[in-house]
Design a protein around this ligand. Sequence first.
Ligand code: PDD
Length: 286
Amino acid sequence: MRTVYVNGDYLPEDQATVSIFDRGFLMADGVYEVTSVLGGKLIDFAGHSRRLTRSLNELDMASPVEMDELLEIHRQLVARNEIDEGLVYLQVTRGAPGDRDFVFPDPETTPSTIVLFTQAKPGLAGDVAAKKGIKVISIEDIRWGRRDIKTVQLLYPSMGKMMAKKAGADDAWLVEDGFVTEGTSNNAYIVKGGKIITRALSSDILHGITRAAVLRFAKEAQMEVEERSFTIDEAKTADEAFVTSASSFVMPVVEIDGVTLGSGKGGPLALRLREIYLDESRKMAE
Ligand code: PDD
């Protein structure tokens, strides 16, 4: 049985509870982070804790712990659950005021709720799935306008994954006004003539921690990067495509709406970036 963390306590998972009045449960009034673990170490914890702080600030939510304490909790959970490859999930909500009310509770009397747990994923960094790549469909992006805040409002992304599954694909790319915003739980890229193209940062997309690292490594490896929007039609004629996230690192996309890209296998540039990302991230893991 897993050991999880809830509001200051390490507990067996079946003894960990959160109030039915918690605003995360009633109103999706909460933010989260997913940090991957490789070789028992955290990948880019600094990036994830910075984004958590930003998400909390944007929503006027108090941080329940200091960031160095948060690092210690992540490490404790990885050690106690003997995670070699996997991830740590963290969620902070605006707490449980005791009644349902749209108005935010006073943080002095209603402390935030914080929950962390691990998920073991042996083989997460293996390259079998990456060589095969994933198939995506495109669906309309009907999410709210602050996608730069990592909130737990994940109903539409879940519906998107279900639509993909029903269509025999692995995931969906979200399209707004003809342009791809991002994947349901990842950032989206295409490759044309050796150039990596991905949407620029704004409130339209999540500012991926993996995205930031991958673009930095790509530039260091003298790859050309262009941050601009691309249409789903342009994506279908790309040489390669891929997605990035903390749980998939760099994952090639081999099919979009039934159109095969390149050879139909993971593209060479995406696979090379994956290798660089995994090598460099392991070196800096903490
Ligand atoms: N998802 N865009 C969206 C909408 C996401 O949900 C995610 C992450 C990303 C990639 O961000 P990062 O590189 O920081 O993981 C982009 C996580 C992994 C999840 O919901 O499981």
